[in-house]
Design a protein around this ligand. Structure first.
Ligand code: AMP
Ligand code: GLY
Length: 422
C-alpha cells in the first residue's frame, strides 16, 4: 500500500518502521519527514494541504496518517476528505479537543467526564476569585496550543496570580493565553492512554507512562517527554474498565452528539487519584515518545488498523499486542528545551551484540542528513527503544543501545520507567 505520513518526529518514524516491519513492500511518503525517514521512504516538501492532497491523488496514495496536532487543528483531514482521500485523524472540529482547552473542559463538564475542578475565563477578577478558593499548588493553563508549554503549576497563590496576569495580558503566550483555565491540582500518578477511534468503535492500546521533566527524579523544566514505557503495571483491568466506561465511551458518544464524531487517536492524559482515573487533558494524536514504544508492541497489522479506523470499520478487526514490555529513552540535544543547539554529528556504533540487534532499535526525530552523515539538529534527537520480557530487561536493553549513540552535548534521563521499578 502507498501511505503518506504527516510529521517529522520520532513518532512518525516509529509508525513508518512498524508499517515496513509488517510488510516491506509498503511504499511510504513523508511530509516533511526528517533526515532519517529518507531511509524508510520519500520525503516531500509540499506545505499547502490542497497541493498535498492533489499529490496524494496523482500518486495513488491509499492512506494518509497524521502525526502531530498542528495539521489536524488546521483542518488537513477535512481537506483530504473533500478530495475523496482516506486519511486517519480527527476533523478540524473534533481536533478542538486538543486545540482549545476551553472546548475540552466544557465538553468534559457537559458529558460528566471526570476532570479537575476548574473555571474558564478571560476576566482577571473572576480568575483571582476562583484562585482564592483553591489550595496551592494551583494549575494555570493557556487556552490555545502552546507546544506543550502552556501549563503552569504555581506553588503559591501569588505565583498563580502573576501567571494569570501575564497570560491574560497576552504577555506570556500571545493570543493563546487570552483565555485561561484555572484548575485544582490533582495529586496522583500520571498515565498516557491511547484509543484508536473510528467515530463509533475504538481500540484501547496498552497504558504508557511518559516522563515530562528534563532531569532524573522528575526535576527540571517540562519537555515534550524524555522517555516512556508500556505496558505499565500501574494499571490493572479494573482501571482500564473505569477508563473505558467513564472516559472513552462518553467521549465518543458525546462527540457524535456534538456532530463531530471522533476519528483518530484519542490521547487521554490521566491522573490516577486514589485509584480513580481523572482526565487531565485530551490530545488528538499519538504521544511522542509514547508512540515509539507502542508501535513495536503491536503484533497485528498497524497499517490495517489505521486504514480500518479511517474507513469506519474498526469493529471488523482484532488488534493484537506482544506480551513484552517496551522502554524508550529520548536523547536530546545540548540546549533542549531552552533553545536550539549547534548541529552535531551522530555516530552510532555498529551493532555486534545479538541481544542489542534483536531487542533494540532507534527511532529518529530531530535529525538531518548531509553527505550521508546524520546530524542532531532538533530538540529531541532520537529515541532508543528496548524490548524485553520484563520492564527491567527492556530498560537495560534501551540503555545498552543509548551507550552506542554518540553526539556532542547529548542529554538523557537515566531513570526512565522508575515508577514501575520502585
Ligand atoms: P497539559 O498540557 O494539560 O498536559 O499539562 C501538562 C502537565 O501538567 C501534565 O502532564 C501534568 O503533569 C501537569 N498537570 C496539568 N494539569 C494538572 C492538574 N490539574 N493537576 C496536576 N498536574 C497537572
Ligand atoms: N509525550 C506527550 C505528548 O506527546 O504530548
Amino acid at each position: 500500500m502507498k501511505i503518506l505520513i504527516l510529521g517529522s518526529g520520532g513518532r512518525e518514524f516509529s509508525i513508518a518502521r512498524a508499517i515496513l516491519n509488517e510488510n516491506e513492500s509498503h511504499e511510504l511518503f513523508f511530509q516533511p519527514g526528517n533526515g532519517a525517514t529518507t531511509t524508510l521512504g520519500m520525503n516531500l516538501n509540499i506545505k499547502d494541504y490542497n497541493d498535498l492532497a492533489n499529490y496524494a491523488k496523482e500518486n495513488s496514495i491509499e492512506l494518509t496518517i497524521v502525526g502531530p496536532e498542528g495539521p489536524l487543528v488546521d483542518g488537513v483531514v477535512d481537506i483530504f476528505k473533500s478530495h475523496g482521500l482516506v486519511i486517519f485523524g480527527p476533523s478540524k472540529e473534533a481536533a478542538q479537543l486538543e486545540g482549545s482547552k476551553v472546548y475540552m473542559k466544557n465538553f468534559l463538564a457537559k458529558y460528566n467526564i471526570p476532570t479537575a475542578r476548574y473555571i474558564e475565563t478571560d476576566s482577571i477578577e473572576d480568575a483571582f476569585k476562583f484562585t482564592n478558593t483553591l489550595n496551592a499548588p494551583i494549575v494555570v493553563k493557556a487556552d490555545g496550543l502552546c507546544g506543550g508549554k502552556g501549563v503552569i503549576i504555581a506553588q503559591s497563590h501569588d505565583e498563580a496570580k502573576v501567571a494569570i496576569s501575564e497570560m491574560l495580558s497576552g504577555k506570556s503566550f500571545g493570543d493563546a493565553g487570552l483565555k485561561v483555565i484555572i484548575e485544582e491540582f490533582l495529586d496522583g500518578y500520571e498515565l498516557s492512554m491511547f484509543a484508536v477511534c473510528d467515530g463509533q468503535d475504538y481500540i484501547l492500546l496498552p497504558a504508557a507512562q511518559d516522563h515530562k521533566k528534563l532531569l532524573d527524579g522528575d526535576k527540571g523544566p517540562n519537555t515534550g517527554g524524555m522517555g516512556a514505557y508500556a505496558p505499565t503495571p500501574l494499571v490493572d483491568e479494573k482501571l482500564y474498565q473505569k477508563v473505558r466506561e467513564r472516559i472513552i465511551r462518553p467521549t465518543l458518544d458525546g462527540m457524535k452528539n456534538e456532530n463531530a464524531p471522533f476519528e483518530g487517536v484519542l490521547f487521554i492524559g490521566i491522573m490516577v487519584v486514589n485509584g480513580e482515573p481523572i482526565t487531565l487533558e485530551f490530545n488528538v494524536r499519538f504521544g511522542d515518545p509514547e508512540c515509539e514504544i507502542l508501535m513495536p508492541l503491536m503484533t497485528s497489522s498497524v497499517s490495517d488498523m489505521f486504514y480500518k479506523a479511517a474507513t469506519k470499520r474498526l469493529g471488523e478487526i482484532k488488534v493484537e499486542f506482544s506480551s513484552q514490555f517496551a522502554v524508550g529513552v529520548v536523547m536530546a540535544s545540548e540546549n533542549y528545551p531552552y533553545k536550539n543547539s549547534i548541529p552535531a554529528e551522530i555516530i552510532v556504533d555498529e551493532v555486534h551484540h545479538e541481544e542489542i540487534e534483536k531487542y533494540t532499535h532507534i527511532s529518529y526525530a530531530g535529525v538531518s542528513m548531509e553527505d550521508e552523515k546524520l546530524y542532531a539538529d532538533g530538540g529531541r534527537v532520537l529515541v532508543c527503544v528496548g524490548l524485553g520480557d520484563s520492564i527491567k530487561e527492556a530498560r537495560d536493553r534501551a540503555y545498552m543501545r543509548c551507550g552506542q549513540v554518540h553526539f556532542a552535548g547529548k542529554k538523557l534521563r537515566t531513570d526512565i520507567a522508575y515508577q514501575a521499578l520502585l
